[in-house]
Design a binder for this molecule. Structure first.
Ligand code: ATP
Length: 247
């Protein structure tokens, strides 16, 4: 068994020293794999992703047990920005972009976060525009004036400018029209196939996630309760019951 690119092992997390958010989450992402983290509202998906990128301290949260290793490094020992430079890049929930900057300047910030040179920035911008042609059309437009789908593409494009080896996405479908969601997922899947980009994504849209992921992990009340191949989970009638806490 090769060592997975990301290994989350039995993590427990609290906010503010008291609120227990995670009580035993385990998952792995192998190189080249797309893994979906599923579960209802409040199950702990965002907290798990924040832990993976060492972003919990910024939320007054912290791990109290378990380990997270990315590419054989303990993520706790590296700042969130150092993790970006190592290739662990997260797109936060809610199409996080700088609303007052142009689309292109948003993309550039992603390159600067990894310390790209000018020629690298130019090359990576072309690459992002090839993936999302829509962003080329909107490159001079202030991001806050573009559509929700374009803002999500900008947020993803910004992450790609950091040249991730593991792209982490928190609810990429949130608030977007079904066709836009499908378009974004198809482009992510194409990147995974053409370049072997590894992806970990949290989704409440179970159907879309299971259609595009290789594997899925289901969270309920702060713990991982089920793990399996996406193709198998798609056919499981009891998935919804587990999802809704009926078993
Ligand atoms: P959602 O889709 O609603 O974001 P989720 O599965 O991502 O759900 P989390 O956001 O990780 O779930 O929340 C897990 C638990 O931690 C919930 O009980 C939530 O109320 C709590 N929580 C999340 N963020 C904070 C915070 N910053 N401070 C305190 N409690 C928090």
């Amino acid at each position: 068994e090769p060592v997975p690119l990301l290994a989350v092992n039995a993590i427990e997390a609290v906010y503010g020293g008291a609120i227990v958010a995670l009580n035993g989450v385990s998952l792995t992402v192998a190189a080249g794999e797309i893994v979906a983290l599923l579960g209802p509202n409040g199950a702990g998906k965002s907290t798990t992703l924040k832990a993976v990128s060492n972003l919990l301290p910024a939320q007054r949260g912290r791990l109290i047990a378990g380990t997270i290793r990315f590419d054989n490094a303990e993520v706790n020992r590296h700042s969130a920005s150092a993790l970006v430079r190592r290739g662990l890049v997260q797109v936060l929930e809610g199409r996080h972009c700088f609303r007052s900057l142009s689309t292109e300047d948003n993309l550039v910030t992603g390159g600067l976060a990894r310390g790209s040179s000018r020629p690298e920035l130019a090359r990576d911008l072309e690459r992002v525009y090839a993936i999302f042609p829509r962003l080329r059309e909107k490159r001079k437009t202030i991001a806050g004036l573009t559509s929700g789908g374009e803002q999500q593409m900008t947020a993803i494009g910004r992450a790609l400018m950091s040249r991730p080896r593991l792209l982490v996405l928190d609810e990429p479908s949130m608030g977007l029209a079904p066709l836009v969601v499908q378009d974004i997922f198809e482009r992510l899947t194409a990147l995974n196939m053409s370049e072997g980009l590894s992806i970990l994504l949290a989704e409440q849209n179970t159907a879309v996630a299971l259609r595009h992921a290789h594997r899925a992990v289901l969270l309920a009340s702060g713990g991982s309760v089920l793990e399996g191949r996406a193709a198998e989970l798609r056919g499981r009638a009891d998935l919804k019951d587990i999802y809704l806490g009926r078993t």
